[in-house]
Write a new protein. Structure first.
Length: 89
């Protein structure tokens, strides 16, 4: 979870189902509902930050060159390998 020294109070509206599920989870985990909501928001923010175009490009660049096909002519025969992979379409 993100940590900070200063909390900002805000008001949200939940459906009955969301509030009921949060109350039950709060009781089971012995955690305040507000803490569960903050965890959910942190998870959402992390997931969304990882889906930006910049993040996707960075992951692709980090993956480049990490794997080997065991074939030495992929750079010259890539069209053939793609056609084979897609059933000659």
């Amino acid at each position: 979870m993100l940590t900070c020294n200063h909390m900002i109070r805000t008001q949200i509206q939940l459906t009955e189902e969301q509030a009921s599920a949060l109350r039950a989870m709060s009781s089971t985990r012995h955690m305040p509902m507000a803490e569960l909501i903050r965890i959910g928001i942190d998870n959402f923010l992390r997931r969304e930050a990882g889906s930006s175009r910049e993040a996707i490009v960075a992951r692709a660049k980090n993956a480049a060159g990490r794997f080997t096909s065991g074939t030495s002519d992929v750079s010259t025969e890539h069209d053939k390998y793609l056609a084979d992979a897609f059933g000659g379409q």
